[in-house]
Write a protein that binds this ligand. Structure first.
Ligand code: ADP
Ligand code: ZN
Ligand code: MG
Length: 496
């Protein structure tokens, strides 16, 4: 028996959360899973990407989309899955209006990928999450629930999504906090985007997650009753749903209760989960091998060819950046966030030389990220007027003391707005740094003359007062003075 008190942090500490995730990923193929309809329906009219196959007309025969099979194997190889030589499709039967055929073609006991691991980092701790399997199936149609003018509820159906290739990844129950679950999802999304098999966008529904969570007394092994939570459509929602469930189950257990094995839905407006159906009401899917499709044979040559197509993955790229460019792991992590961003960084370093890699990294992580963020959340360098050539020039101008760091920020902003090269902006605006000692000394003298209070402070022992005076020199010289030269000139005069 574990000593607990109802509610509060001590109750939570008495239990260890155990979390396993089921992630559905729409694959970015050209056509749908079993027919020739265009897969991308995002901006399409409802029911415009449909045919007799994906509408579920009787007698229509499915044809396997090879690209979807290849994408699933690529994803599996990226996370170290085993690819069995034989796989097959199965029929999963359940009655629901979004399932136009009355069944879904999925994979039951012979999926395309088995095992694998994904390494995640949460709260400074690294953990290898084991993957159970990845299988391939088809997405369902979309139901849109509406309220009529007279208060009657009704539903509309959009079949565009029906038959879109859907990959389902199931993890082992290896995560132990909401933060770890979110880190897993972020890491998985990043890998899938690197490999190029999915947009993996939760808000757009191409990346969806059901979270299974149970609690067990801290220090014990046996798994407790699990609850499956559905309906989250953002990473934040997954985190909130899990926090809520962990809190709720801890309260039930600490009060001597038993957690019911059930499916619960997450309500975004309140952050709560509500019971949807108990395990006793679980469907019997009556799986059987899909009679309209041949089994899949995956040759070792196919696997070797696909493996050769894998790009360098984020974790490997991060470690290479640390070793090759002398960056911190944290800097490298930010630079490899997206494949496009990492490539743009490397292209810039190729122009400046590796010895300037740190400066390039600082620009990318700082001002470039900030400027791209003003376009939209996912904006890449290529979406802006900036190119690696712009950034390489900017870094060279600062390194050659042609412009000050303060001026460089202004130049970058102007380049971002106009697309002009930094050297052109510097010349057009007369921004070249003044390295002329006599000129700086003359301005330093004026600043000292005009700021007796700061001068008195400095001479009275407040060394920091010199910073203010340097700022005044920079201002008088419109940011173009060499700041080191300005500091030296001021200190020389103040001590005189
Ligand atoms: P089900 O038969 O209910 O579908 P599975 O064994 O297939 O359950 O597991 C589904 C998901 O639930 C997996 O991600 C798995 O890791 C996770 N899971 C299984 N048991 C537990 C548990 N006791 N606590 C938390 N997660 C669990
Ligand atoms: Zn179709
Ligand atoms: Mg299951």
């Amino acid at each position: 028996m574990v000593a607990t008190q109802p509610g509060g942090a001590s109750t939570r500490a008495a239990y260890e959360p155990v979390i396993g995730l089921e992630v559905h990923v729409q694959l970015k193929t050209r056509s749908k899973m079993f027919c020739g309809c265009e897969r991308d329906y995002f901006d399409a009219e409802p029911n415009s990407h449909v045919c007799a196959v994906c509408l579920g007309m009787p007698g229509m025969l499915p044809v396997i989309n090879e690209q979807a099979v290849a994408f699933t194997i690529l994803a599996g190889l990226a996370i170290g899955c085993e690819i069995p030589a034989h796989a097959k499709f199965d029929r999963k039967n359940y009655p629901y209006p979004d399932l136009v055929k009355g069944y879904q073609i999925s994979q039951y006991d012979q999926p395309l990928c088995l095992g694998g691991t994904l390494e995640i980092e949460a709260d400074g701790v690294t953990r290898a999450v084991q993957i159970e399997r990845i299988h391939l199936e088809e997405d369902t149609a979309r139901l849109l629930h509406r309220d009529g003018a007279n208060g009657d509820a009704y539903s509309l159906i959009d079949v565009n999504r029906s038959g879109v290739p859907l990959m389902e990844l199931v993890t082992r129950p290896d995560m132990h906090s909401a933060a770890e679950a979110m880190a897993f999802l972020r890491t998985l999304r990043q890998v899938l985007r690197y490999v190029g098999v999915s947009d993996a966008d939760m808000e757009k529904g191409s990346f969806r997650c059901d979270a299974n969570v149970s609690l067990r007394p801290t220090g014990t092994e046996a798994l407790g009753n699990k609850v499956e939570v559905k309906n989250m459509n953002s990473f934040r929602a997954v985190g909130r749903a899990l926090e809520f469930e962990i809190e709720r189950q801890a309260r039930v257990l600490s009060e001597g209760g038993r957690v019911a094995q059930e499916t619960r839905g997450y309500i975004d407006a309140t952050g709560a989960t509500v019971s949807q159906r108990s395990k006793e009401e679980a469907h019997d899917y009556r799986y059987f091998p899909e009679p309209d499709l041949p089994p899949l044979e995956v040759s070792r040559e196919t696997i070797a060819e696909l493996r050769a197509r894998l790009p360098e993955l984020p974790a490997a790229r991060r470690e290479r950046f640390v070793a090759q460019f002398g960056l911190t792991r944290d800097e490298a992590r930010q630079l490899v966030e997206t494949r496009e961003g990492a490539a743009a960084f490397e292209e810039t370093v190729a122009l400046t030389g590796t010895e300037r890699a740190r400066e390039v990294a600082h620009w990318f992580i700082g001002d470039v990220t900030r400027l791209l963020g003003t376009l939209d959340a996912d904006a890449q360098l290529a979406d802006s007027p900036l190119t690696p050539a712009h950034l390489a020039e900017l870094v060279a101008l600062v390194a050659d003391r042609a412009i000050t760091a303060a001026t460089a920020k202004e130049v970058l902003q102007a380049a971002f707005e106009s697309g002009d090269l930094p050297s052109v902006i510097v010349d057009a605006r007369g921004l070249r740094q003044i390295n002329d000692d006599a000129e700086i000394d003359r301005v330093a003298a004026e600043v000292i003359e005009a700021n007796p209070q700061a001068v008195a402070d400095y001479r009275g022992g407040k060394e920091a007062a010199v910073k203010f005076l340097v700022g005044q020199v920079m201002r008088a010289m419109r940011g173009r003075a060499d700041p080191n030269g300005a500091t030296e000139a001021l200190v020389r005069r103040l001590r005189a």
